[in-house]
Design a protein around this ligand. Structure first.
Ligand SMILES: *Cc1c(COP(=O)(O)O)cnc(C)c1O
Length: 365
């Protein structure tokens, strides 16, 4: 399948975009996922016809029939990525091809058509050309990009839809957590799981998030910021957070441990951490790690750091961990040195402040 290239997008500029001062006010305090840029991408898919009608249009509401398939059966996937204002004044993307490839894997699991990788990448480029002024310049800020696709066919039967809408919206982002890179507290959910073997845990789909909201609310009720899930079969091995992968650091033997792929989302940050940790002299082990090991290793001091990672929050130290049995933490709940080193290296590469020896960054002209 050949993709749609940048020149094939129809650009319909916003007739009344936000003024420079309105935009400046938003960029001065971006928050997360609250304000959106002036434009969005839409591309249609129709069975028998393929991908068509690629456009950049004014950001605004979509008009949907109440019988639109996604509203009933949740055939929907998304990606999360960022455009960075680089030190050289240009705009950079981080491993965008990996997001394009993962979007295809998610689509495959959800019985959706595969968007060609070059079309995915072209859609980011055209949106960034039009809304370039929306990429914030502050420390740790970025323009969050949200590509997504859903079953747009008006049909209530249970089968894969014949029509889909792919779209990209963009939202200026400050730090993801209000507490910034301070340690995040976790609630261990023993009652709820997020993904079972054979399920959709490895797909980036809205449904996984819908099921995480009740346990996330439970985390908040118990005074914690985020929920951490255990595996659905044994109910003891750590899977991941609602939207972040997890790592454990053991300084004595210079190893880091992270749960293996399967029911978790294959994070692109997770993969970058492998490389950065190895370059920092650590061995990386993907292996099941149980909540009992975690508690014991934290209490004995064998576990020296724990952190979570994902595009939105980058790398975030884990502080207190709480469940029905009590509370524990590694490194006295403080941010560990390897955690902060990996976080800073990643941010510096993403923002073009240091050379990128890994070929992770794409610089737009
Ligand atoms: C997106 C996501 C992550 C992080 O993936 P990145 O590619 O690093 O942003 C982790 N877990 C879940 C469930 C996710 O949806």
């Amino acid at each position: 399948m050949t993709g749609i290239d940048v020149s094939q997008f129809e650009i319909r500029p916003h007739p009344s975009p936000r003024s420079e001062s309105e935009r400046a006010a938003i960029l001065a305090n971006p928050g997360f996922g609250r304000d959106f840029t002036d434009h969005m991408v839409t591309i249609r898919y129709t069975e028998g016809k393929g991908w068509h009608s690629a456009e950049v249009v004014p950001y605004g509401p979509l008009s949907l029939s109440p019988a639109t398939a996604v509203l009933h059966y949740a055939q929907e996937i998304f990606e999360g990525m960022k455009a960075y204002h680089r030190a050289d004044g240009r705009i950079g993307l981080f491993r965008a091809e990996e997001n394009a490839a993962r979007f295809q894997r998610s689509a495959d699991r959800m019985a959706m058509p595969l968007l060609p990788e070059e079309t995915f990448l072209a859609s980011l480029r055209v949106l960034l050309e039009v809304d370039r002024a929306w990429v914030p310049e502050g420390e740790d800020t970025s323009l969050y990009l949200r590509p997504f696709m859903f079953a747009s066919e008006e049909f209530l039967g249970v089968r894969p839809a014949h029509e889909f809408l792919f779209s990209v919206i963009a939202s200026p982002a400050g730090a993801y957590f209000k507490s910034g890179p301070q340690p995040v507290s976790l609630w261990v959910s023993h009652e709820y799981t997020r993904a079972a073997p054979g399920g959709t845990g490895a797909a980036k789909c809205g449904g996984n998030y819908a099921t995480s909201l009740r346990p996330q609310a439970e985390a908040i009720e118990n005074g914690c910021e985020q929920v951490v899930f255990l595996d659905a079969v044994h109910r003891k091995y750590v899977d991941e957070l609602g939207g972040m992968n997890i790592f454990f650091v053991f300084d004595a033997d210079k190893t880091i441990v992270t749960p293996p792929l399967g029911t978790i989302l294959a994070g692109i940050t997770r993969d970058a951490v492998f490389t950065l940790a190895r370059d920092a002299g650590y061995q990386v082990h993907e292996r099941p790690y149980s909540i009992d090991e975690w508690r014991a290793d934290a209490r004995s001091g064998k576990l020296t750091e724990a952190f979570a990672c994902g595009t939105a929050a980058v790398v975030t130290p884990i502080g207190a961990v709480r469940d029905v049995h009590g509370e524990f933490s590694a490194s006295d709940g403080q941010a560990g040195p390897l955690t902060m080193q990996i976080r800073q290296t990643l941010l510096d590469i993403q923002h073009g402040k240091i050379p990128d020896p890994y070929g992770w960054t794409t610089v737009l002209d």
